[in-house]
Design a protein around this ligand. Structure first.
Ligand code: HDD
Length: 709
């Protein structure tokens, strides 16, 4: 029998109720066993006498310990460490010209979403700030079923074919004999593999750039990476690339900072996302698409199916289609963030795949991994994975089945069940795959159209500002410096030289090596019996430089200081007006102020008032803040004597952050690297210090302070 479709708006409410229903136990409830038996004593096991051995009959102890013993499930084989949040997607205007997907055509609906943002290489308990790609996965609970957009914060990937994915991951993870290093690519096996894989060079440029060390998960771009298809109701196909751009701009920390943050607070990103949502500063992105007519498939300098290539925004602009808002923290990390199961194969009518060989392999991998991780093909029944569109089919049984299917019919076609559940016509939302025309031989080969491995790597490098290029060079010096096998360093330099000789030379200088003569590059895309003449090629690119690829030049760069963390370095006798004027100005601009002082509790101001301290110098560190203010105070001289304060200011200066000191607080700067100089981003003696400071903070960092290598 045909079920009456539930109105769209009710569905998102229904999802809400569904989630409410799954909230944890509220207060005022009696403690019970898993069988509902009220517990009288949860502190003591049942013993033979008060000093005797435990009794096997203690079913309460056994139930509790058994459950505990099985609390862990396998962590994700990649992307094990992640943070999640609920939110919604709001469409700006219908996209019916391109796609029939309902959630991309109805502007009256807020489609519920869950986002999980992750690092790739590290284990579940690893730091938030390794040099790594960030996974950025979005689950859309649409009225036509689940749609998963499982992307990254970089628009390209290391490899072209899924066949190489296990090799890539084995190479980057801790080395198998001693599982060292954790969450780091700076070691022999990673660079051994990379130096033999010229196709990875474009992604290596991204991974060595500051994109791999974001300031916040809220300040990262997201990309669908592959070329997908939009299909409209006339069954016309357009190629589509997905981008999502953060409202707060795209920002990063420096590598030295990242390493120090990992020590000071390895949950830095997790906490930042959690607190922002908790405080109502909901992270927001604009979802955009690059749309390419089917007829233009072969008009590019590269193959649209090659996931190591991007479509420059100068060639095909990104059209904003809606906004993504994250507005609710999960109630339970395990139930939601850990158990959520993404899959690029979860699509809805109006969206389809292309033959990108990396994507094609992913379509197999994700369900397979859920079986091992979540333990059952019924993982779709876990609340966070449930579709809000009704689910009816003849799939039955299996481990941990939740649904109690009724009736005796579990097959199709049937007459005993009235033909239900029935198949849907395309016009009624029945899914059909795009009927792409294919005439082909069955081959195990890489298309020659995938053979240009260096041109876009060069495009990326050439698009960066000198500061950003400097960071890439330093990152490569660091990573290759940690590689012990000199032959691997040399081989990598040989590949870098094919991107840019200046880049390779600068990296080589840091390693004390000469750039080797370019060897005939090996194209690892060809098999053992294949024609080795299939060498990598270099195609002339129409676009030579793209501002969208640089974080500093990026047109979406935002100068807001909203949600930025500013440290006030204080001690007893701090001036009341100096603190309050700056605090009011910063908070009005949306920043968060933290009072740092020698001890927790309160300190006395110059006027004798109590000022509440947020952090002591023992806990605070400059790397956890975006800017530093030293308020005027009668005891500034004492503050200047504190080594922790000097270290705070020196680090802040080293990391190109803005520093402001009011009146007598200039004294504090005396024994530090931060000499008062507005031109060097150290602000003092200004008639309007707060206004100037806010303006500078909006530019994120004072990069001119950094020496280029
Ligand atoms: Fe993947 C997880 C993104 C290539 C196999 N991948 C995973 C996650 C993200 C991505 C964001 C974490 C999802 C979550 O938060 O639960 N993966 C990508 C992107 C890729 C990519 C953007 C290239 C464009 N992945 C890729 C390939 C394969 C996989 C080529 C295998 C052939 N990925 C997996 C996986 C994971 C996964 C093993 C581990 C946990 C999971 O799926 O649920 O199936």
């Amino acid at each position: 029998m045909k079920e009456k479709p539930t109105p769209i708006k009710e569905l998102s409410d229904a999802k809400q109720q569904d989630l409410e229903k799954n909230r944890s136990y509220s207060d005022n409830r009696a403690m019970t066993t898993d069988q509902g038996l009220k517990i009288n004593d949860d502190n003591n096991s049942l013993k033979a006498g008060d000093r005797g051995s435990a009794l096997l009959e203690d079913f309460i102890l056994r139930e509790k310990i058994t459950h505990f013993d099985h609390e862990r499930i396998p962590e994700r084989v990649v992307h094990a460490r992640g943070s999640g949040a609920h939110g919604y997607f709001k469409l700006y205007k219908p996209l019916n010209k391109y796609t029939k997907a309902k959630f991309l055509n109805d502007t009256t609906v807020n489609t519920p979403i869950f986002a999980r943002i992750s690092t790739v290489a590290g284990s579940r308990g690893s730091t938030d700030l390794p040099r790594d790609v960030r996974g950025f996965a979005l689950k859309f609970y649409t009225q036509e079923g689940i749609y998963d957009l499982v992307g990254n914060n970089m628009p390209v990937f290391f490899i072209q074919d899924a066949m190489k994915f296990p090799d890539l991951i084995h190479a980057v993870k801790g080395e198998p004999h001693n599982e060292i290093p954790q969450a780091a690519s700076a070691h022999d096996t990673f660079w051994d593999f990379i130096s033999l894989m010229p196709e990875s060079m474009h992604m290596i440029m991204w991974a060595m750039s500051d994109r791999a060390i974001p300031r916040s998960l809220r300040m990262m771009e997201g990309f669908g990476v592959h070329t997908f298809r939009f299909i409209n109701d006339k069954n016309e196909s357009h190629f589509v690339k997905f981008h999502w751009k953060p409202k707060l701009g795209t920002h990063a920390v420096l590598w030295d900072e990242a390493q120090k943050i990992s020590g000071k607070n390895s949950d830095f990103h997790k906490l930042d996302l959690w607190e922002a949502i908790d405080q109502g500063n909901f992270p927001e992105w604009e979802l955009g698409v690059q749309i390419i007519p089917e007829a233009d498939e072969h008009k590019f300098d590269f193959d649209l199916l090659d996931p190591t290539k991007l479509v420059p925004e100068e060639v095909v602009p990104v059209t904003p289609i809606g906004k993504i808002v994250l507005n609710r923290n999960p109630d339970n990390f395990f139930a939601e963030t850990e158990q959520i199961a993404f899959h690029p194969g979860h699509i809805v009518p109006g969206i389809d795949f292309t033959n990108d060989p990396l994507l094609q392999g992913r379509l197999f991998s994700y369900t397979d991994t859920q079986l091992s991780r979540l333990g059952s093909p019924n993982f779709h029944e876990i609340p966070i994975n449930r579709s809000i569109a009704p689910v009816h089919n003849n799939q039955r049984d299996a481990s941990m089945r939740q649904e109690i299917n009724t009736g005796k019919v579990a097959y199709f076609p049937n007459s005993l069940g009235g033909g239900c559940p029935f198949q849907s016509k395309i016009a009624d939302g029945g899914f059909t795959s795009y009927d792409e025309r294919i005439e082909a031989r069955k081959v195990r080969e890489r298309s020659t159209s995938f053979a240009d491995h260096f041109s876009q790597a060069r495009l990326f490098f050439d698009s960066q500002t000198p500061t950003e290029q400097n960071h890439i060079i330093k990152a490569l010096r660091f990573e290759l410096g940690k590689v012990e096998t000199v032959a691997i360093r040399l081989r990598t330099l040989g590949l870098l030289a094919q991107i840019d000789n200046k880049l390779a030379t600068k990296v080589a200088e840091g390693l004390g090596l000469e750039v080797p003569q370019p060897e005939k590059p090996m194209n690892k895309g060809v098999g053992a019996d294949a024609d080795e003449s299939q060498e990598p090629i270099q195609k002339n690119q129409k676009v030579k430089s793209s501002d969208a690829l640089s974080m500093i030049k990026n047109p979406t760069l935002s100068n807001t200081i909203a949600t930025r963390q500013i440290a006030f370095l204080c001690n007893e006798g701090v001036n009341d007006e100096s603190v309050e004027n700056m605090r009011n100005a910063l908070e009005t601009a949306g920043a968060t102020v933290k009072i740092i002082a020698p001890h927790l509790g309160t300190i006395k101001t110059e006027k004798g008032k109590n000022l509440t301290v947020d952090q002591s110098y023992l806990i605070a560190a400059s790397v956890l803040f975006d800017g530093t203010f030293i308020p005027d105070g009668k005891n500034s001289k004492d503050l200047a004597q504190m080594p922790e304060v000097r270290e705070f200011i020196n680090d802040s200066f080293k990391h190109c952050k803005f520093i402001a000191a009011d009146n007598r607080a200039k004294e504090v700067l005396k024994n530090t690297d931060a000499k008062p100089n507005t031109d060097m981003g150290v602000l003092t003696d200004s008639a309007n210090l707060s206004k100037d400071f806010i303006k500078k903070l909006g530019t994120h960092r004072f990069w001119q302070r950094e020496k280029l290598v």
